[in-house]
Write a protein that binds this ligand. Structure first.
Ligand SMILES: [Fe+2]
Ligand SMILES: [Fe+2]
Length: 141
């Protein structure tokens, strides 16, 4: 099983946000290597927590960007972020940290998939909106 990677299909067309998304995938790659090297569950849990912190900071920056550009889907997107973290806690982080679930490559793949789905279904919307507004020519006097 290969580590999930960022690819052009995940681009929001907003460079700063793509850079943050790519960073999340770099963390996943690191976590993958750890697993393959036979890291302990404690180490793996620490790395998962790093990803969660990174993702939480990223979501805050995304929300600030959407607000700055008065993106109409801001509130829906913000709720989707809350939903994302709630699901992550309930389905993965909670059970893994309580030792009820093992952090295997298959489980990490599911976590990454949830993030990929969010980028594809939600993040690309603000990218389209911001870019379409920026491409509107400002009238010259
Ligand atoms: Fe995002
Ligand atoms: Fe988002």
């Amino acid at each position: 099983m290969k580590a999930p990677t960022w690819n052009d299909k995940l681009s929001t067309q907003i460079e700063s946000m793509d850079a943050q998304h790519r960073q999340v995938f770099e963390y996943f790659a690191k976590l993958w290597n750890q697993l393959e090297a036979g890291a302990s569950q404690e180490e793996v849990i620490r790395s998962i927590q790093e990803i969660v912190v990174l993702e939480a900071n990223h979501c805050r920056e995304e929300e600030a960007l959407m607000k700055e550009h008065q993106f109409p889907g801001y509130h829906t997107h913000k709720r989707e972020h809350q939903q994302l973290f709630m699901e992550m806690r309930r389905e993965f982080i909670g059970p893994i940290s309580r030792g009820e679930m093992k952090a295997t490559a298959a489980v990490l793949k599911q976590i990454a998939k949830r993030l990929v789905d969010h980028i594809v279904n939600e993040d690309r919307k603000y990218g389209l909106y911001i870019n379409s507004r920026q491409n509107v020519a400002t009238p010259t006097k």
